[in-house]
Design a protein around this ligand. Structure first.
Ligand code: GLU
Length: 423
């Protein structure tokens, strides 16, 4: 695998974006300052040190966090990230976005996020298992199928979820599959979970294209990120007839006139660990991808990649946010001014947590749905959420992000109002 990741730098603080988006929604909804303060602040935060015994016997001390932003609508829900950029403020922002995402897609959850500041690519599988188990054990007091339910995020996968489920279950003396989602299917995972975020992104992309009177077969696309979200999004876009001309990962970007051969590219990535060096395309820069003359741009990597510095150069007609927080607030304004339709993260990538919810429901009932059932329920709910946000945005003359945030904040506030403030 090539060295020197090019997409490492975090160019904006996600918490600033999350706070700014909330402030705008509060303003729109006319809520008082006390309510704003409650919605802006995490309900519960836990920071833990995680000692890891390396394979060579040395001990390395890492830091992890689990933040529960809000639990008014149900148990806290959200992924666990292993990435060197993880810090408490980033986790706070991601937890807040989970609250809005769960409310928007109308699943009975609050929002949470967790993470460990580590680059998992530099560790063996045994080391990652020890790290995951120790981190789980440290945050165990606040986890549980009715309390807080983790899932995969950047740098974690279904194997990580299996270790979390096992550690939690062994400590409770019985198997508790519903404590995490995104598990392997053979131990209680759901059909369709692994591809759910990508499928949801594509349902939104196609709805947005239809809104702009674009037919999929006439559309071109660029997808930033070729991981759990981006690779699937590229593939499902192509299946819908879209010509996916640009893709990238953290090591480099590619362009193929007339569309990439995604099956061949996936084989190349499986063999080499990166898109770099793929024969069937030309290497381009990350900037070339973000500024490509395509109809649909899907940022599906990390936060803060469309900023004040490059937003004016974005030529895509539609941006569908597969990643959480890829667009900063100043960039959002620039995109709105130039007429770019931005499908916001809390809508575009909500398919993941939606099928997490389906997995949790199935686990609680010990009754399993087919892949077709899961995918049909996902399709119906993503499209209806898209249309709800789009109608709200038209009704009030605001952008899709403002509409999505306002709708979600309103639902969380309504749950809190009905429950009342204790004591
Ligand atoms: N990490 C994913 C997200 O950001 C999924 C969360 C979940 O399924 O709980 O939406």
């Amino acid at each position: 695998m090539p060295a020197a990741p090019a997409l490492e730098a975090k160019t904006a603080l996600p918490l600033q974006s999350a706070h700014g988006q909330l402030a705008e929604a509060i303003d729109f909804l006319g809520y008082p300052e006390g309510q704003h303060a409650m919605l802006r602040t995490s309900r519960r935060e836990m920071t833990v040190s995680v000692p890891l015994r390396r394979d060579n016997g040395e001990i390395e001390l890492l830091t992890g966090h689990r933040v529960q932003h809000n639990i008014s609508r149900g148990p806290a829900k959200g992924g666990i990230r292993f990435h060197p950029g993880v810090d408490l403020d980033e986790v706070r922002a991601l937890a807040m976005w989970m609250t809005w995402k769960c409310a928007l897609i109308d699943v009975p959850y609050g929002g949470a996020k967790g993470g460990v500041a580590i680059d998992p690519t530099g560790y063996s599988k045994d080391e990652l298992e020890r790290l995951t188990r120790r981190f789980t054990s440290e945050i165990m007091p606040i986890l549980g199928p009715e309390k807080d339910i983790p899932a995969p995020d950047i740098g974690t996968d279904e194997q990580t979820m299996a270790w979390i489920m096992d550690t939690f279950s062994v400590n409770h003396g019985h198997t508790i599959p519903a404590v995490v989602t995104g598990k392997p299917i053979s131990i209680g995972g759901s059909h369709g979970r692994a591809s759910a975020t990508s499928r949801g992104v594509v349902h939104c992309a196609l709805e947005a294209a239809a809104e702009r009177s674009l037919r999929p077969e006439t559309c071109t696309a660029a997808v930033q990120g070729f991981g759990k979200v981006g690779a699937g999004a590229a593939t499902f876009l192509a299946e819908a007839g879209v010509s996916v001309e640009y893709v990238s990962d953290q090591y480099g970007a590619l362009y193929a006139d007339g569309g990439l051969d995604l099956a061949a590219l996936s084989r190349h990535v499986a063999a080499t660990g990166s898109v770099v060096g793929f024969d069937g395309a030309d290497p381009v820069s990350q900037a070339d991808l973000l500024e490509a003359d395509v109809d649909i741009l899907v940022p599906a990597a990390v936060e803060g990649v469309i900023t004040e510095a490059n937003a004016a150069a974005v030529r895509a007609k539609i941006v569908v946010e597969g990643a959480n927080g890829p667009t900063t607030i100043p960039a959002d304004r620039i995109l709105a001014d130039q007429g770019t339709l931005v499908v916001p993260d809390i809508l575009a990538n909500a398919g993941g947590v939606l099928v997490s919810y389906f997995e949790w429901v199935q686990g609680n009932q010990a009754y399993w749905w087919t892949k077709e059932e899961v995918e049909e329920k996902l399709r119906v709910r993503m499209i209806s959420a898209y249309r709800e946000v789009s109608d709200f945005s038209r009704k009030y003359g605001i952008g899709l992000r403002s509409a999505a945030t306002a709708l979600a904040v309103q639902r969380v506030a309504e749950a809190h109002r009905l429950r009342g403030l204790y004591p």
